[in-house]
Design a protein around this ligand. Structure first.
Ligand SMILES: NC(=O)c1ccc[n+]([C@@H]2O[C@H](COP(=O)([O-])OP(=O)(O)OC[C@H]3O[C@@H](n4cnc5c(N)ncnc54)[C@H](OP(=O)(O)O)[C@@H]3O)[C@@H](O)[C@H]2O)c1
Length: 320
């Protein structure tokens, strides 16, 4: 099969499309024909070997010293089951599914093996590109807002980085769950985040977040430029500060109102999100960039730090 491989950390040109052996599903796994896969901030970090401050050595010990141990990046997918491994009873060949692959990655390829427990059926009305697109930001937003910060109707929620993959999901989920959302973004994305359900927009180029005089029940930083002290100052009593991009020190001392660390990938959250998309209650913000050969371009766009929503590749589309 064709797959995009990264051998050494570096710029987007490190992503090289080549022929590799199609993987075999082990017990509990299925082989999926990848119809769509997202290209995320996580993929760009792994390709570049660029981790939040303080994590450099630890992260490289974990994921690879000179290059990613999992050479085929990509952590989300939507596609069709080709084969099922031993002990898989939930799915059959031909089923349409979506899910995430955790640290195994591997979805920037024509086929990927995935644990059956990490997949859910793709609702019929949801496009592969939208299913693959919403999972990265959507599961992160759900994990922090629902599981960790216990969001409730009526909460005042500030989302910093509201136009990105995580932020655009956080705005929509918070609004869907009845919160009042203040979105921080640059002026060009004002209409976009308002359309997602933000009640108010703060343009960070004219109003830095640390000058805001209000208090929020949840402050969700999806950029990494709100310090712990600034974030705590913005909290109402009993509030929660989500640092989705925390440095090592803030991750180690995250307790009480400060929430950090990796979001969990839970199949029940995949199902919840895809059902919201299917019923029109969550608008997927996805752009299909092209086939595998367009991956370097997709990485370049993620590297700008200014992409809107989610970028998706479709590995079986023609080259170019
Ligand atoms: N903890 C976890 O488990 C977890 C999970 C997923 C992601 N993350 C991390 O979360 C971060 C965000 O991921 P993402 O996928 O959402 O990134 P992304 O899609 O690349 O975010 C891009 C967006 O960030 C906005 N932005 C850039 N600078 C900003 C600023 N100073 N203030 C406000 N908005 C700004 C941009 O809007 P403008 O163009 O308007 O500036 C752009 O729309 C990444 O660092 C990622 O590694 C953590």
């Amino acid at each position: 099969m064709r797959a995009a491989v990264v051998v050494r950390y570096g710029p987007p040109e490190q992503v090289v499309v080549t022929d590799v052996r199609t993987p075999e599903p082990r017990p509990g796994e299925v082989l999926v024909r990848v119809e769509a896969a997202a290209v995320t901030a996580g993929d760009a970090r792994l390709r570049a070997g660029r981790f939040p401050a303080g994590f450099g050595v630890l992260a490289r010990l974990g994921v690879g010293l000179r290059g990613p141990r999992a050479r085929i990046l990509g952590g989300t997918l939507s596609g069709r089951i080709e084969r099922v491994g031993r002990d898989v009873t939930r799915f059959s060949p031909g089923d349409l599914v979506a899910g995430m692959t955790g640290m195994r990655l591997g979805t920037h390829a024509e086929y990927a093996t995935v644990r059956a427990a990490s997949l859910v059926p793709k609702p019929a009305g949801v496009r592969h590109s939208d299913a693959a697109g919403v999972l990265f930001g959507g599961t992160t937003a759900l994990w922090f807002l629902r599981q960790r910060a216990r969001i409730r109707a009526g909460h005042r929620v500030l989302v910093n980085g509201a136009s990105g993959a995580v932020g655009s999901s956080a705005v929509q989920i918070a609004a869907h769950l009845g919160a009042t959302v203040t979105a921080v973004t640059s002026a060009r994305n004002t209409a976009f985040v308002t359309g997602l359900g933000a009640h108010r927009v703060v343009d960070y180029t004219t109003t830095p977040v640390n000058r805001l005089d209000e208090r929020f029940d949840i402050v969700f930083d999806a950029v990494g430029n709100i310090s712990r002290a600034e974030g705590l100052r913005l909290l109402a009593p009993g509030g929660s500060l989500v640092l989705a991009v925390a440095n090592l020190l803030d991750t180690l001392r995250a307790r009480g109102p400060v929430l950090a660390g990796p979001a969990r990938e839970r199949a029940e959250d995949f199902g919840y999100l895809l059902d919201l998309v299917a019923s029109g209650q969550f608008a997927p913000v996805t752009e299909v960039v092209g086939g595998l050969d367009r991956l370097p371009e997709a990485h370049r766009r993620v590297d700008t730090g200014r992409k809107v929503g989610n970028l998706v590749i479709t590995p079986h589309s023609a080259a170019g």
